[in-house]
Design a protein around this ligand. Structure first.
Ligand code: ADP
Ligand code: 5GP
Length: 213
């Protein structure tokens, strides 16, 4: 039996201001598409109540994080509000090479690093419908101090200026519609001709053999 080479999968990078709804959208998408592979980030941030090590994040010390950084273990990393976050490089690239759809939900600094290292990734920018709504969501989420929320809101104008570097923009007003849009982007990207060369060759081979027979 000949082993067919696999087409490369899709690296979907969902990014945007904190509180825009990236996590909520990605969770909903993963419910709809259990085949999506999700990259679990490494972070030095303290574990929140309800979070599980190895599920939400790999929680680690700053010393260990810096050691991993020196070993080039991250596809990207960023310091977000005094904490370090990084995406494990090998695990993510191996899954994409294996033809999987891999979802990264990371901040904007990280997304820009991935874009440099992996330009064939698909970069989706999630924005809230307004600054007021973003502020409301961050307070309602109730996971951060007022100081942290204010720091997040202060960054938004600068962050929005980077929107043009992305492939797609999704306004997260009604959640269902935003999830539908991200899902549509994923499905369309999976169908791109450039990502299906091996499959096309395989199908054409079968046609040719049929004709000869
Ligand atoms: P992010 O991952 O971008 O920081 P979250 O997914 O944690 O943002 O969303 C921030 C808060 O806003 C959460 O409390 C979430 O339940 C809420 N939220 C997300 N999307 C919507 C939406 N479309 N409408 C109303 N609330 C939303
Ligand atoms: P939180 O501490 O609320 O879980 O996440 C804070 C921010 O860090 C969010 O914007 C989240 O998307 C981002 N983040 C989570 N993991 C990573 C990562 O591996 N790399 C980068 N650059 N950002 C991350």
């Amino acid at each position: 039996m000949t082993v067919r080479k696999k087409d490369e999968g899709v690296l979907l990078v969902v990014s945007g201001p904190s509180g825009a709804g990236k996590g909520t959208i990605c969770n909903a998408l993963r419910q709809l598409h259990p085949e999506i592979r999700y990259s679990i980030s490494v972070t030095t941030r303290p574990q929140r109540v309800g979070e599980v090590d190895g599920v939400n994040y790999f929680f680690t010390t700053e010393e260990n994080f810096r050691k991993m950084l020196a070993e080039d273990a991250f596809l990207e990393y960023a310091e977000v509000y005094t904490n370090l976050y990084g995406t494990p490089r090998k695990q993510v690239l191996d899954m994409v090479k294996d033809g999987q759809t891999v979802l990264l939900e990371i901040d904007i600094q990280g997304a820009m690093q991935v874009k440099k290292k992996f330009p064939s990734g698909i970069f989706i920018y999630v924005v809230p419908p307004s600054l007021q709504e973003l502020s409301h969501r961050l307070y309602a989420r109730d996971t951060d101090t007022q100081e942290v929320i204010q720091a997040r809101l202060n960054k938004v104008t600068d962050e929005l200026a980077l929107a043009h570097k992305y492939d797609y923009i999704v306004v997260n007003d009604k959640l269902d519609e935003a999830v539908d849009k991200v899902r549509a982007i994923m499905v369309a990207e999976r169908c791109k001709l450039s990502r299906n060369q091996e499959q096309i060759n395989h199908i054409f081979d079968r046609y040719i053999i049929k004709e000869v027979l």
